[in-house]
Design a protein around this ligand. Structure first.
Ligand code: PRX
Length: 661
């Protein structure tokens, strides 16, 4: 009889055991060496928040020092570092070159087909100056909006920094958006120029960008110039008098371009994000406060040592995470980053880990949805590579479920790396609720505590703070430097959306949250009609409006359905015109239509044909019931429905057809 052998426990069992651990203290070695390892930072900030932020602002280069840290005379229109002058591109580039760090790599760029390009601070500065001159030659001046619609290539960052250099706010549109969405965003912001590429690559194929833009951009009369980077070699017709090749323009440009000294409150960029109506919101960020906010959070939350760390934020530049934590924060701190163009599963599912090994990445910042994908693919992919360079891990974009947190901790971090689960938004500009890796004991699934100087509260419908373990609305109760200043050209909407409910000094986040008895925040998710699919923020109204613009559709209601992989997925209830019957072709047609109107990432995963939608007597769609029915839950109260039979019909439909992917 074989002797009984002790089986090594499986990963599952080990993770199961870790589920019992209530809190994870910062590893002693990490704590000892951390930039911040004394909880006194919280007290210092609390004693005098303005002095605290001023101290953080001092880490930047100011052409002229501010006279007043915060002007709060007209809430919610706060102004930071009043009277101060600075330039974001100078702070991100010139400063480091002048300090003798021009040869430091700013980005290890990796193309999808394995190409590599190391871009130093000196090179980035040289290109930025030239491109700033290109913009000027085409009539762009301070205050003019420049659209940017590009893949993850260094030129995208050069374009952003060149805009910052001359004070032209950029309006970056994520490369996964459709040309139609670009058009809309250019129109709303009256962009004067657009910088794009001939095409984008995705998993061995390429898709035209410039040619797609050409088809829709003509009605945007404000666009005078389109600059095109040759990237994929895709077919790319150029129009005389409007279109310019990047490489030709850069080569011809004057290499010298002084950074303009701009007011601290000069607009740095607009970034459109989804709200609860179909029209995206143009979040406006300005220069001094924003740069202070992103630089200091980036430095201390990621415990950054610019001389030795290799930092990788695996987001896309087109989202706020990319703006704050690929571009402005890391560059302001003189960091060396990885910039990766491609997908996480091409050429194989171990590409991320290959990059970590190749560049000796020390700090990795990604989203729960990516971690969940890795869990699904299996630990053998990270297992193929040496990940021992990693010392700190970050998460952003959606609540991280404890299982994913533990997997990240164990399989990627080898139980050695603290995890910072960072909560923030496009609007906040900077990370707001987060552990400090050398100080905070973490609990899987909790973003823990507000960053020093930040004040947050969970309140009930009347604005009263709720007790421990009670769900309520998350609010931010004190201004912070990186906060949005307004919604571009929609001041009233800005006030109404964020500062109406609880007064002009309390920012309404739009998330539900609770605090535990240790005061840790547990962010639950959105309370408005915004959904979060793989960390992509979307508006149900925007998707509905895209679906309804399909010729055969009469009405639609979109909900976010819980999804194991993507957090939420788009589920659309659709009523067709007249007596049309739903079909596979129509499913495909509607999905394609949404891809064209918004982008592929917004396509409904599930379409449910509905003869009618559940509405109240006043005609309001009851989404709560739709969510219940889509997720197979017991239906809540249906007595307020105009026609209670609708729900029965819908239930029958769902039973009859099953899931429609
Ligand atoms: O619901 C919260 C969720 O993402 C929303 C903000 O989305 P967006 O503006 O696209 O910015 C994403 C990147 C900062 C928030 O209202 N969210 C973001 N981070 C977290 C999160 N939810 C829970 N935990 C987080 N760490």
């Amino acid at each position: 009889m074989a002797t009984e052998q002790k089986q090594p426990s499986s990963l599952e069992e080990e993770l199961e055991a870790l589920l019992e651990v209530e809190r994870f203290e910062p590893p002693e070695e990490f704590r000892r060496q951390a930039l911040w390892n004394d909880p006194a930072v919280y007290e210092e900030a609390e004693r005098d928040p303005l002095a605290w932020w001023a101290k953080q602002a001092e880490a930047l280069h100011w052409g002229r020092r501010w006279e007043k840290v915060l002007d709060d005379s007209e809430p919610p229109f706060y102004k930071w570092f009043l009277g101060g002058k600075l330039n974001a591109s100078y702070n991100c580039l010139d400063r480091h070159v002048e300090a003798g760090n021009g040869d430091r790599v700013a980005y290890h760029w990796r193309g999808e087909e394995g190409e590599e390009r190391d871009v130093t601070y000196a090179e980035l500065l040289a290109d930025t100056k030239r491109f700033a001159n290109v913009l000027k030659e085409h009539g762009i001046a301070a205050g003019d909006v420049v659209g940017i619609y590009m893949p993850m290539i260094p030129e995208c960052l050069v374009a952003m920094l060149a805009c910052a250099r001359i004070g032209a706010p950029h309006n970056v549109v994520f490369g996964g958006f459709s040309a139609e969405a670009v058009r809309e965003r250019m129109e709303f912001s009256e962009a004067k120029a657009l910088v794009t590429a001939d095409g984008a690559r995705r998993k061995g194929r390429s898709a035209p960008m410039k040619a797609a833009v050409d088809e829709v951009i003509d009605p945007v009369a404000s666009i005078e110039t389109i600059v095109v980077v040759r990237h994929t070699g895709s077919e790319c017709p150029m129009r005389d008098g409007r279109d310019v090749w990047w490489h030709e323009a850069i080569e011809a440009a004057d290499p010298e371009c002084e950074a303009e000294e701009l007011d601290a409150e000069h607009p740095l960029y607009i970034l459109y994000t989804s709200g609860s109506t179909a029209k995206p919101k143009g979040i406006l960020h300005t220069t001094g406060g924003y740069l202070t906010g992103v630089a200091c959070t980036h430095r201390y939350i990621f415990d950054l040592r610019p001389e030795s760390d290799v930092y990788w934020c695996a987001a896309d530049v087109g989202w706020v995470t990319g703006h704050s934590y690929i571009v402005y924060g890391p560059l302001a701190n003189g960091a060396t980053s990885v910039l990766y163009e491609g997908a996480p599963d091409y050429p194989d599912k171990d590409i991320w880990w290959e990059l970590v090994e190749r560049y000796r990445v020390t700090v990795l910042y990604t989203a729960p949805t990516a971690i969940r994908a890795c869990i699904k693919w299996g630990p053998e992919y990270p297992g193929r590579h040496d990940l021992s360079s990693l010392r700190l891990l970050g998460s952003v974009g959606e609540p991280i479920n404890p299982k994913a947190w533990l997997w990240y901790h164990k399989v990627i971090g080898a139980e050695r790396c603290p995890i910072v689960d960072t909560w923030w938004q496009t609007e906040t500009g900077q990370i707001m609720i987060t552990p400090l890796p050398g100080i905070t004991a973490t609990k899987p699934g909790s973003a823990t505590l507000p960053f020093p100087g930040v004040a947050a509260a969970v309140v009930d419908e009347d604005g009263q703070e709720v007790g421990p373990d009670t769900q309520g609305l998350l609010t931010l109760t004190r201004p912070w430097p990186g906060m949005l200043r307004t919604l571009y050209r929609e001041e009233e909407r800005f006030v109404n959306t964020y500062f109406e409910r609880f007064g002009r000094e309390t920012y309404l986040v739009g998330d539900a949250s609770r605090r535990d008895p240790d005061d840790y925040f547990w962010v639950i998710g959105r309370v408005d009609d915004v959904i979060n699919v793989s960390g992509h923020r979307m508006s149900t109204a925007e998707i509905e409006s895209a679906i309804v613009s399909h010729a055969q559709v009469a009405e639609s209601a979109v909900i976010g359905q819980t999804d194991e992989d993507t957090g939420q997925s788009v589920c659309a209830f659709v009523t067709l015109e007249g007596s049309l019957e739903g079909s596979d072709e129509l499913v495909a047609g509607i999905r394609e239509h949404v891809a064209t109107r918004i982008g592929k990432f917004a396509r409904p995963r599930r379409i449910i044909w509905a003869e009618d939608l559940p509405k109240t007597r006043s005609g309001k769609i009851m989404r709560r019931l739709l969510r219940d029915i889509a997720e197979g839950r017991e239906l809540g109260d249906v007595t307020t429905l105009r026609d209670p039979d609708v729900m029965e019909q819908l239930e029958a439909k769902i039973k009859e057809r099953g899931d429609e992917e």
